[in-house]
Write a protein that binds this ligand. Structure first.
Ligand code: SAM
Length: 288
């Protein structure tokens, strides 16, 4: 069987199996060859790659990755798709489908069991209702992932890729860019999916850095500082950092001064380096 990524091929598979799309599982299947090629290029896919895919659907992207990569493990929650995938991926013995919920499965365990312990790349057209939890699970749980190349809603890609003092810059921008270099790989307007969603999408590449770029003494305090700073966007840092809950106003003022940050600035103007410095100063108080 060749590619599934035409509208006709997808319809054939869907009709043959009498498959019913589930809106609540974010099932919008890709029907564009070109964007699939761009995803593979963005992931710099090679024959030594071990891939995790979340939500293979009917296996459109999975097939193309299976043809190139060493191994692909595709995690799909919808059990009605499993017999379909069995058929569409039958000729690829380096591809395995796991019928699990990505947010509940032990990803590290899967990697140890099925992908030689990694490292892995996460490549997927993600279900949009859980994009952020999936990406953060891979980044925060010390999973040996080198690259995340994923189709996400355009607005989410804009936030992941945003620079300080822009409208899209927020806690998600800082969290992603703390770990990764970001790259916009391709645009995918809504007509490239069936059924057509009511949002446009973007393929974003998040390339995890080998070395840490930012000096952060305490990651928990760093992320709390970021969250409090963006918690009330209209407030100055002197006020919004009160949301941390463990510093007096004088201590906040002292931490801001030590980090060389004007107390009247707002969180959305701070670079990640500034957040790192500020959280290191705040950490000195929390460990007193
Ligand atoms: N990869 C296919 C494609 O590009 O045509 C399908 C992508 S579709 C946007 C998202 C897929 O994620 C669906 O197959 C859906 O069933 C699956 N999915 C939704 N929630 C999931 C979860 N919690 N864990 C694993 N898969 C999930």
């Amino acid at each position: 069987m060749d590619r599934l990524s035409s509208h006709r091929a997808t319809k054939e598979v869907v009709n043959k199996h009498n498959f019913k799309f589930s809106k609540s599982l974010g099932q919008n299947f890709l029907i564009d060859d070109n964007v699939i090629d761009r995803i593979l290029e963005g992931a710099r896919l090679s024959e030594t790659d071990r891939i995790i895919e979340v939500g293979p659907g009917i296996g459109t992207l999975t097939r193309e990755m299976g043809k190139v990569a060493e191994n692909v493990v595709a995690i799909e929650i919808d059990k009605t798709l499993i017999p379909i995938l069995k058929e569409t991926l039958a000729d690829l013995d380096n591809v395995e489908v796991v019928n699990e919920d990505i947010l509940k499965v032990d990803v590290q365990g899967l990697i140890n069991e099925k992908l030689n312990g990694g490292p892995v790349k996460l490549v997927a057209n993600l279900p949009y209702y859980i994009t952020t939890p999936i990406v953060m699970k891979f980044l925060e749980e010390d999973i040996p992932v080198t690259d995340i190349v994923v189709m996400v809603q355009k607005e989410v890609a804009d936030r992941m890729n945003a620079k300080p003092s822009t409208k899209d810059y927020g806690a998600l921008s800082v969290a992603v860019q703390y770990y990764c270099d970001t790259e916009i790989v391709a645009k995918a307007p809504r007509h490239m999916f069936v059924p057509q969603p009511n949002v446009d999408s973007i393929v974003i590449g998040l390339h995890v850095r080998d070395e840490k770029k930012y000096v952060v003494d305490n990651e928990e305090i760093f992320f709390k500082t970021v969250k409090a700073s963006f918690g009330q966007r209209r407030k100055t840092l002197l006020n919004s950092l009160g949301g941390l809950g463990f510093l007096s106003k004088d201590e906040i003022r002292e931490a801001l001064q030590a980090a060389n940050i004007d107390e009247k600035r707002r969180g959305e103007t701070l670079s990640i380096d500034e957040f790192a410095n500020l959280s290191n100063e705040i950490n000195k108080f929390s460990s007193k």
